[in-house]
Write a protein that binds this ligand. Structure first.
Ligand SMILES: [Zn+2]
Ligand SMILES: [Zn+2]
Length: 276
């Protein structure tokens, strides 16, 4: 007799009735979601992830994020150019970025920052355009979405020199320790925790999450990247945020519902989502 092996779905942590979450950083516009975006959004909603911030990484992806936000309730967009993509940024692009920011569903500027792991663009250009985009976000009074890979000190030096930031912002995909977190918090920024927190070996991040006040935390998938532990290596998507929320609850010794409630409140404040 032929043996049938059935692929088992790993069950999602289930929050209490009515609990909702915000995926504060997802690249919904990427081609990996092209064929089943509707299904991804439906699954997210069913899991309680009712709002998703679709983050732009260059001019085109910012445009696509806005189009997605226009067509889907609960989806919002950011506009900005990722450090990987600043190599060919020109004046005309800045004009276009500026005008995209006027769209009513644009809730933040980013992601912008420094990436010293890949160094796709020279460091000097990364810094120049990070500085310029910080200034643009400040002028437009938009919260910042900051990308930092192996550039903690230089990012903080630039932010500390440019601040304060009345519109706030978030250090996305946080990868530092407690001391770095304190520096970020001193600028009044939120800290966003990715699925990496579910990895056993992410001990420094575990410590940081224990230390950072819940009132300063938001959650993200960074989909399609960085799927949380039970799905590690697979395509990430907003509904998997529940695993990240569950792990944060465990680290802080509180309920999943409390994590959902407070991080949602934080996300609404950060991106000004009240009534939008
Ligand atoms: Zn990033
Ligand atoms: Zn990103």
């Amino acid at each position: 007799m032929e043996k049938i092996t059935q692929k088992k779905e790993i069950p999602l942590p289930v929050p209490g009735k009515g609990a909702v979450l915000i995926d504060t950083h997802c690249h919904l516009d990427m081609s990996t979601y092209q064929d089943d975006c509707e299904a991804v959004l439906l699954r997210a909603r069913e899991a309680g992830v009712t709002r998703i911030i679709s983050v732009g990484i260059d001019l085109e992806s910012s445009r696509r994020a806005i189009t997605l936000a226009e067509h889907h309730e609960g989806v919002y967009a950011t506009v900005g150019v990722h450090p990987h993509n600043v190599g060919e940024l020109c004046e005309a692009d800045y004009l276009a970025l500026r005008s995209l920011c006027r769209h009513p569903k644009v809730v933040a500027y980013g992601e912008i920052g420094l990436d010293y792991v890949k160094n796709y663009a020279p460091v000097s250009l990364q810094k120049e355009h990070f500085g310029r985009q910080i200034a643009l976000a400040r002028e437009l009074q938009l919260p910042l979405v900051i990308h930092d890979r192996e550039a903690h000190d230089e990012i903080m030096e630039m932010l500390e020199a440019a601040g304060p930031f009345p519109a706030g912002g978030v250090m996305h995909c946080f990868s530092g320790d407690g001391a770095f977190a304190r520096r970020v918090l001193a600028l009044g920024l939120y800290i966003s925790i990715p699925g990496v927190v579910t990895f056993t070996k992410a001990e420094m991040l575990h410590e940081a999450v224990r230390e950072i006040p819940l009132s300063s935390l938001v959650l993200e998938t960074d989909g399609p990247f960085l799927a949380p532990a039970p799905y590690r290596g697979k395509r990430n998507e907003p509904r998997l945020l529940l695993f990240t929320a569950q792990k944060v609850a465990e680290l802080k010794g509180i309920s999943l519902d409390e994590v959902a409630r407070q991080t949602t409140l934080n996300g609404v404040r950060l991106f000004g989502l009240e009534g939008r």
